[in-house]
Design a protein around this ligand. Structure first.
Ligand SMILES: [Zn+2]
Length: 838
């Protein structure tokens, strides 16, 4: 019966194999050819079933300096695949009774300081002995090269403590396999090279297998040298001063030899079957649990599949043996690209290989976001990232984008945006894209979505732009204190609840704490409350961003407050939309910046963002800084000091829609009363409307003219200011034009700074100020958020009358490598990501 069953099984698995056969070879061929043609593979691959080679291909060169082509005889540095050879050598000595794998290592290396380590611990990476590489690099004298005996001496001299009790944990250890090599040499009284030659290479008839290190000058013609690739340029990256060692790596072999080696593991040519079983059994830890690693092999599936990768300077390798179906994959490559290795592993395991497409943007002037002068280079995009920048040649059949000689810059990062609330309706995010913005930072002025809500919004309606968020102070207050009880300080119990909520949000990826202390939801919070919350943000290594408590009469105290918060809570603090909205103080911007600079010199990381307009957009209530909304003197004060009623326009006013679009002076005229009384009327009418319709939101909004270029220009120019929009959909024209207004009006027309500097303030500086990684620079490894713009015509067209007019000169925008905007139109692609604090 057993017989019949296993016979059936064999037939079944053969059927499985032959139907897969053509498929696997074809898939390997397609994937490797494609990767080779696009410069992402240089190596040799072999696929066999029952020891018979069904697919074999070598593509590329042995040495980038000689360009000699690779062949099936080429020998690659196996890196960690070497460990399985060392393990078998040890087991040979065990079989001969020269050692017992449960012997204490000190029996053979008595000078080793680490206690209670057995040979088995070394074989299975459970010794707890720390890795040698950084120990050596930190303690080496110049020009010193490491070898195996020197490594032992390093441990004798430095006595690094064991990281855990041997046998209790698994932790990959290169040191362990060098110690095993030392043991082999000391017991056999032969060099490792000689031992391997006599016991493996000769018996198996291997032609292209050898141990090699930097001391070895006898280099065969088939020897492959490692390399790395940076920005399209290949450079030698091969053995260096660590590589006098052998055992953890530095065995060399060809794909064919490796197949012979792998096949020998099905026989007793090297060691007995009973010993082989030990080699391929998972290690048992002290607590009885198993870890899927044998002696030099990872166990993908017990009794079915084993594998090992090998990665060292300029080499990426893989060997997989599927003993159940007798299939073998050998992948040896030089270079540092991992795509091919991942692809062949996927194909071997029956899933499709994912090979990201590339495209090349040429004929551009690159402004990379770091404030260095523009240059003529090309940029290659691979998947969602930039893979190379430089003088790049297109690959065969590669898609090329002609930049028409225009500027390519990183996509702009808007550190203060209010458009997220509209993105479910308008996921194309044209408001952002038309001005080159690819990432918006939400949750500003104290109001935010919770992280879970934002994740759901994103999943339900993918967006064209990336979104990150702060957690709002007012939102925390509303959740804990209730929507209608905010005009007071929090109780200690409430504060604890807010702190816990904030900590939870930060752990889910919020960028930090945002406050809007000028608004009533935040205004009544004590400084203590804000500082205690800011400390939670500091603990999570996040940041504080604030619409400060006053931008007019009490601005000086408000600035002191945010500096204090930075000092006491010890975290970076940013002033949102820096402005001076008190007419009496116009022109004092430089003095304010001097104060901020002095705080920076005291070690407080204070920065700002700023939008390029001399009028703001808010509730009329901010015109009453003392919250005396019915006082005629308060109203007169606002007119005299805080805004210009002849230049300030009602944007929204639900109680009386005919006032929309009119200046406050015009409304007063319509009402045939003076301006001060009109202002009081507007506040009162909105308030009573809200009482009647408590669900209504956005009842009134005013665009208040109260700033001047004599402050805006120094604010925009300060080295620690990045650009923001503070924009929403509709209302203030900044929602569609802030960034293009800086580029057109302030940079090209008024020449307040260079284009490179302005772009830095929209990209890398913005990313730095909100703690976003791998965005805001065009360099290899960064996400491919990019904007192509024409500096000669770039300009904002949105104004008070037409706040949604699209900008000129933004030719194309990419988010995560996908083009989302072209010719003033959305491409209807939604590759935006929810960006979490890393
Ligand atoms: Zn604000």
């Amino acid at each position: 019966m057993r017989h019949i069953l296993s016979y059936l099984f064999v037939i079944l698995s053969i059927t499985f194999c032959s139907s897969q056969l053509a498929n696997i070879s074809d898939q390997l061929d397609t994937a490797l050819t494609k990767l080779y043609n696009t410069g992402r593979f240089n190596g040799a691959v072999l696929y066999a079933e029952h020891g018979k080679i069904l697919f074999q291909k070598s593509l590329g060169v042995t040495d980038i300096t000689s360009n000699r082509p690779l062949t099936w005889e080429s020998s690659f540095n196996l890196a960690s695949i070497s460990k399985q050879f060392v393990a078998i050598c040890v087991m040979m000595l065990d079989e001969k009774g020269k050692l017992n794998i449960d012997d204490n290592v000190k029996k053979y290396i008595p000078e080793l300081p680490n206690e209670n380590v057995s040979i088995r611990h070394l074989l299975t990476h459970t010794s707890g002995i720390p890795d040698y590489e950084s120990l050596f690099i930190q303690n080496r004298s110049p020009l010193d090269t490491l070898d195996n005996e020197k490594m032992v001496k390093l441990f004798v001299n430095l006595k690094p403590s064991t990281e855990f009790e041997p046998g209790t944990k698994w932790n990959y250890s290169n040191t362990a396999y060098i110690l095993l090599a030392v043991i082999i040499e000391r017991i056999s009284k032969q060099t490792l090279t000689y031992f391997v030659n006599e016991n493996i290479v000769k018996p198996l008839g291997l032609k292209h297998t050898y141990v090699h290190n930097v001391y070895n000058s006898n280099i065969p013609a088939t020897h492959v040298r490692g390399f790395s690739e940076n920005d399209g340029k290949r450079v030698i990256n091969d053995l260096f001063y660590i590589d006098g060692v052998m055992g953890d790596g530095n065995f060399y072999a060809s794909t064919g030899d490796l197949l012979n080696w792998e096949q020998a593991l099905n026989t007793e040519k090297l060691i007995k079957k009973s010993t082989l079983i030990k080699v391929f059994s998972p290690v048992k830890l002290k607590d009885g649990t198993k870890y899927p690693y044998g002696f030099g092999w990872f166990i993908d599936k017990e009794n079915e599949q084993y594998s090992h990768t090998g990665s060292w300077v300029g080499f990426k390798n893989l060997i997989i043996r599927d003993v159940k179906n007798q299939r073998t994959l050998i992948f040896l490559s030089s270079g540092d690209n991992e795509l091919a290795r991942n692809a062949v592993r996927s194909i071997f395991n029956g899933s499709a290989a994912s090979i990201p497409v590339t495209f090349l943007i040429t004929n551009i002037r690159l402004i990379d976001g770091t404030n260095i002068p523009a240059g003529n280079v090309s940029v290659r995009i691979e998947g969602d990232k930039i893979s190379a920048v430089g003088d790049l040649k297109p690959y065969k059949d590669e898609i090329i984008e002609d930049g028409q000689g225009k500027i390519l810059a990183p996509g702009f990062i808007d550190t203060h945006s209010h458009i997220e609330s509209s993105l479910n309706r308008m996921p194309e995010a044209i408001a952002a894209l038309n001005q080159g913005i690819t990432t918006i930072v939400s949750g500003q002025d104290g109001g935010s979505y919770l992280m879970d809500t934002l994740k759901m919004r994103f999943e339900k309606t993918p967006r064209a732009v990336n979104v990150a968020t702060y957690t709002g102070h007012a939102t925390l207050r509303e959740m804990v204190m209730g929507n209608h009880d905010l005009n007071r300080m929090s109780t200690p119990e409430e504060l604890v609840k807010m702190k816990n909520l904030l900590a939870e949000e930060l752990s889910k990826g919020s960028l930090g704490l945002s406050t809007g202390l000028e608004y009533e939801e935040g205004f009544y919070a004590s400084r203590y409350e804000v500082i205690e919350l800011a400390k939670v943000a500091a603990n999570a290594k996040t940041r504080y961003i604030s619409h400060i408590r006053s931008e007019d009469v009490n601005m000086s105290e408000a600035i002191d407050e945010i500096i204090d918060i930075g000092r006491i809570a010890k975290l970076p603090v940013q002033i949102s939309h820096l402005k001076i909205a008190l007419k009496d103080e116009w022109g004092t911007g430089p003095a304010l910046l001097a104060k901020l600079q002095s705080a920076r010199m005291d070690g407080i990381d204070i920065t700002a963002d700023c939008y390029p307009y001399d009028f703001w957009n808010s509730t009329i209530r901010v015109l009453f800084p003392k919250k005396n909304f019915t006082s005629l003197s308060g109203s007169n004060y606002a007119i005299d000091h805080l805004f210009d009623p002849f230049g300030s326009v009602m944007v929204r006013f639900t109680p009386e829609p005919s006032y929309i679009g009119k200046t406050i002076a015009e409304i007063a005229n319509m009402r045939k009363e003076n301006i001060a009384n009109t202002l009081l009327y507007l506040v009162a009418a909105a308030e009573s409307y809200e009482k009647d319709y408590p669900e209504a939101s956005g009842i009134e909004t005013i665009m208040g003219k109260s700033m001047t270029d004599s402050d805006i220009v120094p604010f925009l120019s300060w080295a620690h200011t990045n650009i923001c929009s503070d924009g929403a959909i509709g209302g203030h024209p900044r929602g569609f034009g802030a960034f293009t207004r800086v580029l057109g009006y302030y940079v090209r027309d008024k020449k307040i700074m260079s284009l490179e500097n302005a772009i830095q303030k929209m990209t890398s500086l913005a990313a730095e100020h909100v703690g976003l990684k791998k965005r805001g620079v065009i360099a290899s490894g960064y996400y491919a958020d990019m904007v192509l713009l024409d500096p000669k015509i770039v300009k904002d067209n949105s104004d008070i009358k037409n706040p949604s007019a699209l900008s000129d000169g933004i030719l194309a925008v990419w988010v995560n490598g996908v083009k989302v905007y072209k010719d003033k139109t959305s491409t209807k692609k939604y590759p935006g990501k929810l960006l979490l604090k890393e």
